[in-house]
Design a protein around this ligand. Structure first.
Ligand code: NAG
Ligand code: NAG
Ligand code: NAG
Ligand code: NAG
Ligand code: NAG
Length: 578
């Protein structure tokens, strides 16, 4: 009895200490501490991600000791920039040394889907996008496995396709659209390897980090692994693969339910829904000085809160956006400092988890475990009901993010307001049809080159006028699954607008971009904390999927076919936004 009490007491103590000060990651060099602080605040590089991607030339303890030695001889322990550079030359290598170039061996030049694209120009272009899997292939060197302490890179056993640009490593939710593209490109082995990497990460961390770097170790990203496995299974029908993957998928699901859920009571009924939430109140190592400057003048408590909510924003994949703002009056308004991601129950995260629950149920059914299938079906039904009570607005006809501070729904347009349509997570068909009407009346359809991420021009990259491939794909794919001709026509129309801007940008720049401007006729997106990036994994994957799904009717008509008609609307929308 006595021992039990002592045990419980020390366990509680341990747990509470842990929850107040979780270490930011397993490295004193890359995630927190004075080397990081001094190097980043000296602004030796254009992008803060540069330093944290450098490889060590000596053991971490030796590097820490050498820096201690150096700073102890410096005035106020601040090492002057010239000495910092010498220190970096002596102890760090340039980023990128942890990879071997790797050409996927399963790449071949005649995947069948290309033949189904009717328009000759689009077919040739799809062939070029298919070619881009080669330069985006990466294999982590064996030295990372043998000496992980010298790298910020997280070792994963199989080669993979990266997004591109500053995103040199594996990323979590990006990979869903990459894998769908690879499957169309008949690169099943590469897709398999990428999924194996994610299963490996779940088994190692209990969840999947945002990306393959230790400074991402405390945050995840939208949980798409179950859907990656579903895509792979639909192509291969490989039940052994499914059986082997399932325990890790369930482990990841438990992480989201244990560590990222919240209870909300509406009209006396308690519902459990999910949120993004990262309990590390420190600047993001890869955007360190941005995060420091952002909180200047705030109290220590407020700083920690802003940093946690920025990390939760990064976990949401929408980094950053006015969608996560809650100002001092509880309104969905403000500036980047008002980011309160963890206080919002997001429509898209919950739609995705609902879909995952249904997919996990189907996996169990395929493998003959009816009881487990039934319990996941019940979880999906519970969530569907919760989303209907908490997020569905019958009057406006869509789902809205829920604000836990004011206990009310937000009201702005985001494509994520239709995420339950994509996930088919609603109880009555008329809800989806109402959501189509909502979309039509939202003002978000008046742009020639896609549906913007919001209608607010905040300067953040997940806001107007930027449109992102995953949002376009989820919206289009959701609409195309609805029975009405109206919704199907809208899906095609949006696919045509998106393909057109991707294609025009490719003609102009010979490149694919991570995001596009909804008014640009081939203009890449902008804003946020770094320059627009080329490559680009998910853009390629979404373009290939749309070219496959609508390939019989999409065209590359050059010129501004529909934008003449749209121009007056665009002008009035722009005026409205000012
Ligand atoms: C981060 O580093 C600072 C100083 O280098 C230290 O005081 C603080 O305790 C560290 N925080 C965590 C959470 O490790
Ligand atoms: C400490 O610095 C001195 C020079 O200032 C150098 O000779 C010595 O090797 C350094 N020690 C370590 C552990 O780096
Ligand atoms: C999730 O929460 C549990 C219980 O609070 C904790 O023990 C565990 O470490 C957390 N898992 C992760 C991966 O953070
Ligand atoms: C948002 O805040 C700005 C600046 O304080 C204010 O002018 C605007 O009216 C607010 N918008 C809403 C919707 O509350
Ligand atoms: C809560 O109850 C009120 C009063 O009965 C009702 O008008 C409202 O629609 C209910 N809200 C939800 C979300 O069920």
């Amino acid at each position: 009895m006595h021992r039990l009490i002592v045990f419980c007491f020390s366990f509680a103590l341990l747990a509470s200490v842990k929850s107040v000060f979780p270490p930011p990651c397993d490295s004193e060099i890359y995630c927190n501490g004075s080397i990081l602080h001094q190097v980043q605040t000296a602004k030796l590089f254009d992008d803060d991600k540069y330093f944290v991607d450098m490889k060590l030339k000596a053991k971490p303890d030796d590097v820490l000791l050498a820096f201690h030695n150096l700073s102890s001889k410096s005035p106020h322990f601040i090492v002057p920039p010239a000495k910092l550079r010498e220190f970096l030359d002596a102890y760090f290598e340039k980023p990128g040394t942890e990879f071997d170039t790797w050409t996927p061996p399963d790449w071949h030049d005649k995947p069948k889907f290309l033949g189904r694209i009717a328009d000759q120009k689009l077919r040739d272009w799809a062939g070029k996008i298919h070619n881009l899997w080669k330069p985006l292939g990466r294999k982590i060197r064996a030295s990372v496995k043998d000496h992980p302490e010298l790298y910020s890179q997280i070792y994963t056993p199989h080669p993979f396709v990266v997004p591109g640009g500053r995103f040199r490593e594996l990323y979590y939710w990006d990979s869903y659209w990459v894998i769908n593209g690879l499957l169309l490109s008949e690169m099943t082995d590469t897709a398999y390897g990428m999924i194996q990497n994610f299963l490996y990460l779940v088994n190692r961390y209990g969840f999947i980090p945002n990306g393959g770097r230790i400074y991402y170790e405390r945050r995840s990203q939208p949980p798409f692994l179950t859907q990656m496995v579903e895509s792979y299974y639909q192509v291969t029908k490989d039940k052994d693969f499914l059986r082997a993957a399932l325990p890790a998928l369930e482990k990841e699901y438990r992480f989201w339910m244990q560590n990222r859920s919240m209870a909300v009571t509406i009209n006396g009924t308690k519902h459990v829904l999910n949120r993004y939430h990262v309990q590390v109140g420190l600047p993001r190592p890869e955007s360190y000085t941005d995060d420091l400057e952002l909180v200047e003048g705030l109290t220590e408590d407020r700083k920690e809160q802003v940093w946690m909510d920025l990390k939760a924003g990064a976990e949401s994949g929408w980094d950053f956006t006015s969608r996560w703002y809650i100002d001092g009056d509880g309104r969905n308004n403000g500036t980047l400092r008002d980011t309160r991601t963890s206080q919002i129950l997001p429509t898209d995260l919950n739609a995705l988890l609902c879909l995952n629950e249904k997919t996990l149920a189907s996996f169990h059914r395929i493998l003959g475990d009816g009881d487990s299938a039934a319990s996941y079906d019940q979880a999906a039904a519970r969530r569907q009901g919760a989303m209907e009570s908490v997020m569905w607005d019958a009057e406006r006809g869509a789902w809205f993010d829920y604000n836990m501070m004011t206990h009310s729904k937000h009201s702005e347009f985001y494509p994520s307001n239709l995420a339950p349509v994509w996930a088919q997570c609603y109880s009555r068909p008329e809800m989806a049809e109402k959501a189509v009407q909502y979309l039509k009346g939202s003002g978000a359809l008046q742009f020639p080159n896609g549906v913007p991420t919001s209608l607010r021009e905040s300067g953040q990259q997940w806001d107007y006028p930027n449109a992102w491939p995953p949002s376009q794909h989820m919206l289009i794919s959701g609409l195309s699954k609805l029975p009405s001709e109206d919704a199907k026509q809208l899906a095609f129309d949006l696919a045509q607008r998106w393909i057109k801007t991707n294609w025009l940008a490719y003609m102009k720049y010979d490149a694919m971009f991570e995001k596009y401007d909804v008014n640009g006729d081939g203009k890449p997106g902008g804003g946020g904390e770094y320059e627009v990036q080329l490559g680009f994994g998910w853009t390629n994957g979404v373009a290939l999927q749309l070219l496959d799904q609508f390939g019989e009717t999409l065209t590359a008509r050059s010129g501004r076919v529909s934008s003449g008609l749209l121009l007056p609307l665009v002008i009035s929308a722009t005026l409205m936004l000012q």
